[in-house]
Design a binder for this molecule. Structure first.
Ligand SMILES: *[C@@H]1O[C@H](CO)[C@@H](O)[C@H](O)[C@H]1NC(C)=O
Ligand SMILES: *[C@@H]1O[C@H](CO)[C@@H](O)[C@H](O)[C@H]1NC(C)=O
Ligand SMILES: *[C@@H]1O[C@H](CO)[C@@H](O)[C@H](O)[C@H]1NC(C)=O
Length: 692
């Protein structure tokens, strides 16, 4: 009451002088563990929290105790005494770090933390509800951790092997162990206490021996007959309980073949089961199963079964057949138990029944193949047992058609090219062979349907191309031969010749004709040898082409050549041709005329000058007459020289007579007659010079 008044007055007079009553400070907080931090189990441990507070008044204190940062206790007190927390008879579960916090009027302080370590755990105690039991019954065991606290894991061991674990928050665990094996079982347990993320493991418990005794009853399986069992035989199978007495309750019997349940029974009704054996496997295994509570006891027996006849096989002869060709199917069981079944009793049939095929002896069916794929199975049957063969798929082959022969690209003389051969029909594999005349080229090539065969060849003569043929065969009766290969062959270009017509004359047109040998189309190019770019490029379907120059002039003079190539892609070049452009005719004529004119002018001028120089001297023509006209050899000859009086009038001029052979023979005057000597009179002719 005093304190309340004091506080009230302190609050009311807060603006007044300092109230010393409300002044306080927490000086220190310490936690100590008594008697010490590390103790043995069962020690009475005390945690002491001591707070030293400076104040005048008695202030209310709030203590909070933490273990591993979790609050485990909280208390308000106005006492100045230390705060004590007891851990009577400490256990390992008390292990941890402790600290305490003190709060006074909003002010608080926490101690350093202290670690408590308790060592030692009580050994576990194991108890079993019985020491003898029968198989399937099991035993109830309890594992106890006396006086321990905390969170537990219990582990149970059978003959040192861990067989069970169990989590509990109490210090004991009770479980039921099945214990199936007959004989003694040494059982013990341990436990673990969990503190935070760690655990502490106890010692082993005492060992309890539990003996499991075999159950006196068991299942019994009986099969008859036991030996010489053939498929189709009848079997009697009994599944019963041996050593049964009324004390046993809740029993079940199951009869199985493999995983197939055949029949069910119980303690009072044993199973008797009859069946016809099927030879699904060479051995058949049966089991008789007795279930008592959790226990299952099994008796198993295996019998050997002999087939009456094996599963038939269906085969075709021949193994391959062409459409509509004869074929035979054979259905046969490889093994037949002749001691049990007669050959005549074993029958074979086709499924679908005799489809276009007729039976032709036991298990033999003959006929012609269909055009399409067809599936057959066959069935062998004897003594009511049927066995079916696997499916035989017959896929009749299609005969190969006449193959076509071709080349992929233009064959070039002297170069390798490929010849292809392919049949448009026919089941693969197809064998192709290539022929040149009567010679086979290389080895036969095997291709599947739709794939062409090919070879690479070289020919050096165009005519060889038509010698090639190919043959196709897919195992049928006849081989098919193609027609002869028919295709153009490209001859590479040879012999380029450049011809120039007509004579290159100024002003005229000129043709540069390039001609070659080889297969058109041909690409021609004309060049002037001093220039790199062609004058003209043209592709022609004939083996020659020309380049025309119109209006020749001197500048066109030069060396020319041409180039040519075709699809053989081999370029050739002609020789160089010299073109020299000559002057035009009219120019020559003009020049000639002018020269003539100049010459005649010169002559005239010189004549005039000559006459002027000779003054009286004249020039004249003389005329000679000879008598007789045909003189005899011994006659003398009279030669009379007459003058053209109009021209010749100089009386004193001398005349000379000349013989063509001997020269001048005599002199005379104008109009004179000369008598010539006989020895020269037989001359045939005389002459006088023009100028006398
Ligand atoms: C521990 O305290 C209990 C009473 O709380 C007392 O009976 C016991 O004897 C004490 N043990 C020891 C070892 O002092
Ligand atoms: C034949 O049987 C095969 C499977 O075995 C099947 O894929 C096929 O279609 C059958 N052919 C015919 C013609 O029935
Ligand atoms: C050009 O072809 C013709 C036939 O078209 C032939 O007569 C002539 O010889 C060929 N000339 C050359 C140079 O091959």
């Amino acid at each position: 009451m005093d304190l309340l008044l004091l506080l009230t007055s302190a609050l009311l007079c807060s603006c007044g002088p300092v109230n010393t009553e409300s002044v306080f400070q927490i000086a220190s907080v310490t936690l100590s563990i008594e008697p010490r931090a590390a103790v043995r189990r069962n020690t009475n441990v005390t945690l002491r929290c001591q707070a030293s507070v400076i104040s005048l008044a008695q202030l209310n204190r709030e203590y909070t105790l933490y273990k591993d940062n979790s609050v485990i206790y909280n208390k308000n007190t106005s006492s100045k005494e230390d705060f004590l927390y007891h851990l009577p008879e400490a256990r390992v579960s008390n292990n941890g770090r402790y600290k305490c916090m003190v709060r006074i009027m909003g002010q608080e302080m926490t101690s350093k933390s202290e670690k408590l370590t308790v060592t030692g755990m009580s050994p576990p105690i194991l108890h079993a509800d019985k020491s003898r039991t029968t198989e399937g019954e099991g035993v109830t065991v309890r594992c106890l951790a006396p006086g321990e606290t905390g969170s537990f894991f219990f582990y149970f061991y059978d003959n040192s092997s861990e067989i069970h674990d169990e989590h509990r928050n109490t210090n004991q665990a009770e479980i039921k162990l099945p214990l199936s094996d007959i004989g003694a079982h040494m059982i013990h347990c341990i436990y673990k206490v969990f503190i935070m993320s760690e655990s502490v493991t106890s010692d082993e418990s005492n060992t309890v021996i539990v003996t499991v005794e075999e159950l006196s009853i068991k299942p019994f399986l009986e099969i008859s007959p036991v030996n010489n069992i053939y498929e189709g035989d009848n079997l009697t199978i009994k599944c019963s309980i041996l050593g049964f007495n009324q004390s046993h309750k809740g029993m079940n019997l199951l009869l199985n073949q493999g995983t197939n349940l055949l029949s069910v029974g119980n303690a009072t009704a044993a199973i008797e089961y009859n069946m016809m054996v099927e030879a699904t496997a060479p051995t058949l295994s049966f089991d008789c199963r007795l279930t008592v509570k959790n226990l299952i006891k099994v008796d198993t027996k295996t019998i050997r079964v002999t087939e009456l006849f094996s599963v038939p096989q269906l085969i075709m002869s021949p193994p391959e057949v062409f459409q509509m060709k004869p074929m035979t199917l054979i259905c046969k069981s490889q093994h037949v138990a002749l001691e049990r079944v007669n050959k005549e009793d074993l029958t074979y049939s086709l499924d679908p029944a005799e489809h276009f095929l007729t039976p032709n002896g036991a298990g033999i069916f003959s006929g012609r193949a269909l055009k399409n794929e067809f599936n057959y199975t066959c069935i062998a049957e004897a003594k009511g047992i049927r066995k079916r063969s696997g499916t035989l798929t017959i896929n009749p082959k299609v005969p190969v058609s006449v193959p076509s022969i071709r080349v992929a690209d233009w064959p070039i003389l002297g170069e390798s090219f490929r010849i292809f051969c392919q049949s448009s029909k026919g089941s693969g594999p197809i064998t192709y062979s290539f022929w040149k005349g009567k010679t086979q080229m290389g080895t036969p090539i095997i291709k599947s349907f739709g794939q062409p065969a090919y070879i690479s060849v070289v020919i050096n003569d165009v005519k060889e191309i038509n010698l090639f043929t190919c043959k196709a065969n897919n195992g049928g009766e006849e081989e098919q031969q193609s027609a002869a290969l028919d295709t153009a062959v490209i001859e590479p270009i040879t012999n380029p010749i450049l011809t120039v017509i007509p004579d290159p004359v100024e002003g005229n047109d000129l043709y540069l004709i390039c001609s070659v040998q080889g297969t058109p189309p041909v690409t021609f190019r004309w060049f002037r040898h001093d220039k790199e770019t062609p004058l003209k490029v043209t592709t022609s379907l004939s083996n020659n082409s020309n380049y025309q120059i119109t209006g020749l002039s001197k500048e066109y003079s030069g060396m020319y050549y041409c180039e040519a190539d075709n699809r053989a892609n081999f370029k050739v070049q002609s020789d160089l041709v010299d073109v020299e452009v000559r002057m035009a005719l009219w120019k020559k004529a003009l020049i000639g005329g002018v020269l003539l004119l100049v010459a005649s002018l010169l002559i005239m001028v010189s004549c005039v000058l000559y006459y002027k120089h000779r003054r009286g001297k004249r020039e004249t023509a003389a005329e000679l007459s000879v008598k007789p006209a045909s003189p005899k050899s011994d006659e003398s000859l009279t030669v009379n020289l007459t003058h053209d009086t109009e021209v010749y009038n100089a009386a004193t001029d001398a005349v000379s007579f000349y013989d063509d052979k001997v020269g001048r023979v005599t002199n005379g005057t104008r109009g004179s007659v000369a008598s010539l000597p006989a020895d020269i009179s037989n001359r045939s002719s005389y002459s006088i010079p023009a100028t006398v």
